[in-house]
Design a protein around this ligand. Sequence first.
Ligand code: HEC
Length: 173
Amino acid sequence: MLNHDLVFLKRFSMLLVFLGALALGLILFAHYLNGKVVYDKDPGTHQNLLDRIAPVGAVYAGATGAAAQAAAAAAAAAAQTANVPFDGRTDGAEIFNNGPCTGCHTAGVGGAPKLDAAGIGARVAQQGVEELIKKATEGFTGSAGVMPARGGNPALTDDQMKAVVEWMASQSK
Ligand code: HEC
């Protein structure tokens, strides 16, 4: 090996040792700095993080899981009733008077049977309340005119339709 090769190797290895030491120093310095960082303790931030990483289809297991599942189901049910008219209440009078039904059935618009013995009362006698609930829910066209499904408000629930038709029947004696 020539002399100047040896000189080069010596200098080059010194350079490598120096760079290695420098890298190690920077690593230790970064580690030290990282220890000084104060992380955000805001509970809102923490909750946001949990929300972001929450599984889309949550899996529930064990007793805690059952409780969490019940809570999730209750929250879902609450969210659903929020979109239902009258907040999901099944007060027949309230639904009739504030819903679509009164528009036709109070004055008998378009052949709609009124809330009297000759109107809804006669139909209860002929068909029975259950049948009226079914037809009012599904909608139908009869000889008198068109009864739109759920009075034209598809958001009314089955329970609400049952309640309002039963109330109409009770008012038509
Ligand atoms: C656009 C007008 C209109 C609205 C709104 C309306 N109805 Fe009717 N409804 C009718 C007509 C017309 C008939 C009679 C159809 C026939 O027999 O030819 C009828 C019939 C009925 C009957 C008797 C069904 C049968 O089998 O004889 C019931 C019960 C009833 N409606 C309930 C309701 C309820 C409850 C609502 C509100 C959620 C409602 N209607 C809203 C027009 C309407």
